[in-house]
Design a protein around this ligand. Structure first.
Ligand code: S3P
Length: 435
């Protein structure tokens, strides 16, 4: 049953908040902990549906995964073929990284997911695994997928697109391969796997050539349990930050946000648009840079966001489009082809979100143009099982002249636990159902 939620035009939003832990790092912490010898302790893990599915999968593969107070404690184990299908829900990252890890451990597992995940391409993972000699079974590269037991071989692999999921799946498979696997990465994308493996005692080396960065990992590698803290998710922080920028009179601070440069593209773009956005108290947590973000309302200008930005802000285009709807002039976003195979066809879903609320935009095969101005609102957003479309629609409603309803708030729980309460804490009004 769908749960519609309505955001009402807001008065000044004020306050300090912390958003939940980073989703990418949380998936990796569970998988690496499950592979490691001994105990791994994780603070700040994101306890959202996507990540809890990965916790359950790691458990089904043989590791012990428990919560002790605020700490997740993982006792790694030698992985076994699970006796049931690993159901990954809505989680592209969970399913794809687990496929690589399962391949590396020489076990057999079948993966499945919800209707959104079943529609997403898995061949991009299965193809390099096949090059490594790992056999899999699927219907046209879609879930359900079975990765068959067998030992992978080390390969040299040129990343066909800047996808951290592909890169990480190959690195995880490489942990079980004899010899050095080399990944050629022409365009850098999020590097949490490369940062986290050394924390688990596995050396990762890099070689920069003219054409690319090479990542070298040698197997078979044994991970050793460790302790880590997950910083706050910059992709989640984008929503309260956007609300602070859009609603007149607002000032919103989000504390301890991951500031890894492979993830902060949105914040760089917002500065270029003239946003009143401050970066305070830069520090470090678990080998990753962190920062406090302070966003205040003010005028912004439309700009062209070129394709080279995409890897560092791949998940942030729906919320950037919402911000662009209030900026002066037109914002053009280029190189968005990958958005068509996210949790939804995010490019079309974003354009439809805007149009349903009176915002003028134009959509091409891999680009979007948004004309800024007053936002009429008053529409209903079709979320298509996509958490980021759902949250973007609600933020639009806070800045619009009339309430905005999303058709289903359920999927917000896949990445951002406590979203509604956090926004209400800043002064937003969100009501269950239609206005
Ligand atoms: C992720 C990589 C990105 C991103 C996703 C998380 C990761 O996907 O969109 O939300 O944790 O590796 P792609 O690798 O497909 O770009």
């Amino acid at each position: 049953m769908a749960s519609p939620l309505t955001a009402h035009p807001a008065r000044a939003l004020k306050g300090d908040c912390t958003v939940p832990g980073d989703k990418s790092i949380s998936h990796r912490a569970l998988i690496f902990g499950g592979l490691a010898e001994g105990q791994t302790r994780v603070e700040g893990l994101l306890e959202a549906d996507d990540v809890l599915r990965t916790a359950a999968a790691v458990r089904a593969l043989g590791a012990a995964v428990e919560k002790d107070g605020g700490t997740w404690v993982i006792e790694g184990a030698s992985w076994q073929s699970p006796d049931h299908t690993l159901y990954c829900g809505n989680a592209g990252t969970g399913s794809r990284l687990l496929m690589g890890a399962v391949a590396g451990q020489g076990v057999k597992a079948t993966f499945d997911g919800d209707r959104s995940l079943r529609s997403r391409p898995m061949g991009r993972i299965l193809d390099p695994l096949e090059t490594m000699g790992v056999v899999s079974d699927s219907d046209a590269g879609k879930l359900p997928v079975t990765v068959k037991a067998g030992r992978p071989e080390a390969i040299r692999f040129a990343l066909p697109k800047p996808s951290a999921q592909i890169k990480s799946a190959v690195l995880l498979a490489a942990l079980g391969a004899e010899g050095t696997t080399i990944i050629e990465e022409p365009v850098l994308c999020r590097d949490h796997t490369e940062r986290m493996l050394p924390a688990f005692g596995v050396p990762v080396t890099f070689k920069d050539t003219n054409a690319c960065r090479e990542i070298h990992v040698t197997g078979p590698a044994r991970l050793k349990g460790t302790a880590l803290r997950v910083p706050a998710d910059p992709s989640s922080a984008a929503f309260p930050v956007a609300a602070g920028l859009l609603v007149p009179g607002s000032r919103v601070a989000v504390r301890g946000v991951l500031a890894n440069p492979t993830r902060t593209g949105l914040y760089d773009v917002l500065k270029e648009m003239g946003a009143d956005l401050q970066f305070e108290h830069l520090g470090e947590e678990g080998g990753e840079p962190v920062v406090d973000l302070v966003a205040a309302h003010g005028a912004m200008n439309g700009i062209t966001v070129t394709a080279d930005r995409v890897p560092s802000m791949i998940d942030e285009y729906p919320i950037l489009a919402v911000i662009a709807a209030a900026a002066k002039g037109t914002t053009r976003m280029e190189g968005l082809g990958e958005l068509r195979v996210k949790e939804s066809d995010r490019l079309s879903a974003t354009a439809a979100l805007l149009r349903a609320n009176g915002v003028t935009c134009r959509e091409g095969e891999d680009w979007l143009e948004v004309d800024g101005g007053p936002i009429p609102g008053g529409g209903t957003v079709e979320t298509h099982d996509d958490h980021r479309i759902a949250m973007s629609g609600l933020i639009l409603g806070l800045a619009a002249d009339n309430p905005v309803t999303i058709d289903d708030a359920e999927m917000i729980g896949t990445s951002f636990t406590g979203f509604t309460e956090l926004m209400e804490g800043l002064g937003a009004t969100l009501s269950v159902g239609t206005p």
